[in-house]
Design a protein around this ligand. Sequence first.
Ligand code: ADP
Ligand code: MG
Length: 404
Amino acid sequence: MASAGLKGIKTIRDLSLEGKTLFLRLDLNVPLKDGRITDETRLRASLPTIQYAMEKGAKIVMASHLGRPKSAADKEFSLEPVATRMSELLGVEVLLFDDPASDGVKNLLTGLKKNQVILLENVRFVPGETKDSEEFATVLASYVDVYVNDAFGASHRAHTTIHALPRIMKEKGIGFLIEKEITMLDQLIDNPKRPYLAILGGSKVSDKIGVLEKLMDVVDGFLIGGAMAYTFLKAQGHAVGKSLVEEDRVRFAKEMMARVEARDKSFLLPVDHRVTKGIKDTANLRTTTDVAIKEDELGVDIGPKTLAQFGAAIREAGTIFWNGPMGIFETPEFSQGTFGIAKAIAASNAIKIVGGGDSAAAAEASGQAESMTHISTGGGASLEYLQGDKLPGLEILRPSRKSS
Ligand code: ADP
Ligand code: MG
């Protein structure tokens, strides 16, 4: 399967920026705790494009979403802490503009100084954003000359600032982050070194079971851990206790496994677990002797036998894609499996790519991030791209084929 990659898409290097007003869609969607940024990876990943645009003399209007606010009244989703931090990282003044749905930003632009950039408040405060609204796009387009998307992590969503806006813009392209992300992920699509192993885990079971179906066409084997594993184990008839199971996916999981088997792909599930009695209960933590989990217990991590088995498969792999932690790694007592897998991946000679917000955080926390070939800033986006889906935010930047 050959991907269309970046074919035909302009990068910010191809666009003339001097004196132009640039709409820069970024992914500044960082995790916050009590108003503090707990991981600024995405902020740092955005810097090269912003700095380039500043050097080239553009007037910059940055935009991003943050979380999933219900309305503009959800102040906990304000980009204010992001504006403050970006100001420090960039060494310029970041002016936060409160009302992204209005064109009042025009006045700000008129007096904008060289050492100032504008950041629109959370675009999801505008109800039209997630509806790919033409009306909202028209307001934004009324005051910008050039559109650049560098929000890789949001490019799988056809939202206004990702899709409707560039659809009506003439001058448009991508930033350095998307360019790097796609170039890296294309290594897995166009020419993966075999065997190609997908390691999947995490908690978004229903999201990811679907991914399996498509990844089946490209990979040689799967390692399944995290909460996701219990739905499969249940489908195999094992006792999973109180572990997280998506009941309405058990049948689907069963069908999936039959299809994987029919195609002679390897599919490894945990053979033992770290279990306890509650999601926060570290006192009753123990390791099971085998795959079965008692009625009053739940799995919070893969066990040591599983780690050894998974480790052996990882050592054989030529290409590794990892999405989803093997357990509740945020709790140190439950992190052994996830960190063990991170270590095994780091030690392998494979092309190793990590995707997903929590997986990236896990790779970082394990101390193994430096050894990965690439850590993607986008979870959903990287999954959709790898499984062969087109990203709306990328496709809209490709010149449409002439109807001959
Ligand atoms: P990513 O962001 O990398 O795509 P997910 O968001 O799907 O990953 O999953 C990450 C979350 O899954 C983590 O917060 C982790 O605590 C949780 N998780 C992993 N294993 C389990 C488990 N056994 N039970 C409950 N939650 C789990
Ligand atoms: Mg996540």
